[in-house]
Design a protein around this ligand. Structure first.
Ligand SMILES: Cc1cc2nc3c(=O)[nH]c(=O)nc-3n(C[C@H](O)[C@H](O)[C@H](O)COP(=O)(O)OP(=O)(O)OC[C@H]3O[C@@H](n4cnc5c(N)ncnc54)[C@H](O)[C@@H]3O)c2cc1C
Ligand SMILES: NC(=O)c1ccc[n+]([C@@H]2O[C@H](COP(=O)([O-])OP(=O)(O)OC[C@H]3O[C@@H](n4cnc5c(N)ncnc54)[C@H](O)[C@@H]3O)[C@@H](O)[C@H]2O)c1
Length: 454
């Protein structure tokens, strides 16, 4: 016998987007049921942003300590992964236990159900034997899973995803990383800094192919300097594992072998098992399309990775806030992705916002660009070791406003903020040229890049 319950709103998937929406709606006084198949908090706190950034913090400390000679004396660093692994267990993930997050959610007044939910017609959700009818609406926030490419043999070998990589207690001697995007590069650099021999294999002609070419070039140079092997324009045509060693066969005939293989070739929304057909939506779609208020259908909202607007926690939370307003009937602006910021937390960090130069040109905009290399700036010169980076600006010449920017450097993600404001608020570049930039900051490179617009 199925158990029947009613609620104002049912939230399916409690990652950063769903947890935020469910908590806010419950605090607003609605009767909310939140359903989560795995851990409340989702990918970001347990297998994504938080543990990976703890790893990166550790790797950056090691690298910074190694930069002491020639600037501040002598240093000897003995990296110890055990401390990183312990911190991920004790401080980040509670050993992958979400009790604190469940209590936080129910403390806000939401009801919590653990299980895999499915839509069962308009306003109806099933989880095992439970049927919940939603009076106001359903929020789908089911996120993404790693997507492996169809490389022959790959499905048969025990490769790592991000989940294995952040949970590792003992580092492998060697690691192959398939995919030179955000996950691949962030983790490649950390593992290499802790002594693993790492090779990155990227199918496109450069690393970070979604970013400005200068960014991929820079990160490639830095990683190679740190001893990471880089293969771009490289297609894996076969993957093997003999019980001990992984081997990737590349299309040019090269064989790469390592103790572990990390596949970081993008992520995919898994919409197939969600019952989308019962509400008239295409279960084979790559993403759930929404209007500006995050409505995916009648009484149905979608937020986070599943909407395909960028797999970032800040996008999930931004969209959650819009959906909450929409469900509560509060007026507010539509989602606006013109100034979507993204930061790859390599060292140097690569912060980017808005359009790349190529994207702007492809949109038919008349474009001027301006750049400046951080090592040539006063702060970069003072900083010395670890000063790699640049600022690149993309201006829509007809409107005289920035439409895109990249800030790569020791604090690239922080420098990005001012550029995101400029793009969001459409501040005329002429005005940006005549403001005061504190000396000697990294962000003073923005002033020089503005002067370079041509
Ligand atoms: C290694 C790594 C590093 C990252 N670093 C960053 C970073 O630094 N900054 C950043 O902004 N982003 C980062 N991200 C991306 C970020 O983690 C995601 O964008 C974010 O978690 C998306 O949130 P979400 O709520 O859309 O989905 P998710 O976090 O994926 O959560 C979705 C939840 O829904 C649940 N679910 C799915 N189907 C069902 C169902 N049928 N019923 C019930 N529950 C279901 C899942 O179990 C999951 O818990 C990183 C990702 C990875 C993998
Ligand atoms: N700092 C951050 O904000 C952060 C960090 C990690 C992940 N994320 C999010 O998670 C998402 C997923 O990360 P990701 O690194 O897996 O994806 P990604 O899309 O960033 O990068 C995947 C890379 O793999 C390459 N690739 C695809 N197929 C390949 C193949 N067969 N062989 C070799 N290379 C191949 C792609 O060209 C691309 O460069 C990111 O898009 C990002 O939104 C964000």
């Amino acid at each position: 016998m199925a158990e029947e319950q009613q609620a104002d709103v049912v939230v399916i998937g409690l990652g950063p987007g769903g947890e935020h929406a469910a908590g806010r709606l419950a605090e607003a006084g609605l009767d909310v049921v939140g359903i989560e198949a795995e851990l409340v908090g989702g990918e970001c706190p347990y297998w994504g942003c938080v543990p990976s950034k703890m790893m990166i913090r550790a790797g950056n400390l090691v690298a910074e300590a190694r930069r002491v000679p020639g600037i501040a004396g002598a240093s000897q660093v003995t990296p110890d992964w055990a401390q990183v692994a312990a911190r991920i267990r004790d401080e980040a993930t509670d050993d992958w236990n979400d009790q604190v997050a469940v209590d936080r959610l129910t403390g806000k007044g939401a009801r919590f159900v653990r299980g895999r939910a499915r839509l069962a017609g308009p306003g109806r959700v099933t989880v095992d034997d439970l049927v919940v009818t939603a009076r106001r609406g359903i929020v789908v926030a089911t996120g993404t899973r790693p997507a492996a490419p169809p490389v022959p043999g790959l499905a048969e070998v025990p490769y790592w995803t991000n989940r294995d990589a952040v949970a590792v207690k003992e580092l492998p001697d060697s690691l192959l990383v398939l995919g030179g995007g955000a996950i691949g590069l962030e983790l490649a650099q950390v593992f290499a800094r802790f002594g693993t021999t790492v090779t990155v294999v990227e199918a496109m002609d450069r690393l970070l192919p979604a970013d400005e070419p200068e960014a991929g070039r820079l990160i490639g140079e830095v990683l190679e300097r740190e001893g990471v092997g880089i293969r771009t324009d490289a297609r894996a045509v076969r993957a093997e594992h003999d019980g001990v060693t992984f081997t990737l066969h590349l299309d040019g005939g090269e064989l790469l072998s390592a103790e572990r293989l990390l596949v970081a070739t993008g992520r995919r929304a898994e919409l197939a098992g969600l019952g989308l057909d019962t509400v008239g939506l295409d279960p084979a779609a790559r993403a759930l399309s929404t209007d500006g208020q995050m409505r995916a259908g009648d009484g149905l909202w979608a937020i986070g990775d599943v909407t395909g607007h960028g797999a970032f926690t800040h996008v999930a939370m931004y969209e959650a806030e819009i959906a909450v307003r929409s469900i509560l009937g509060d007026p507010g602006p539509d989602a606006d992705y013109r100034a979507l910021p993204r930061v790859t937390f390599t060292d140097p960090e690569v912060g980017a916002v808005g359009l790349t130069e190529q994207q702007a040109r492809d949109k038919g905009l008349r474009v001027r660009t301006g750049s400046f290399e951080l090592p040539s700036s006063a702060r970069g010169w003072i900083h010395k070791a670890g000063n790699d980076g640049f600022v690149k600006l993309v201006e829509d010449t007809d409107r005289g406003v920035l439409v895109g920017a990249t800030a790569a450097g020791p604090a690239g993600g922080e420098v990005l903020y001012g550029l995101a404001v400029a793009i969001q608020a459409q501040v005329p570049t002429e005005r940006l040229r005549h403001m005061i930039y504190a000396y000697p900051t990294f962000h003073r490179a923005v002033e020089t890049a503005l002067a370079d617009l041509r």
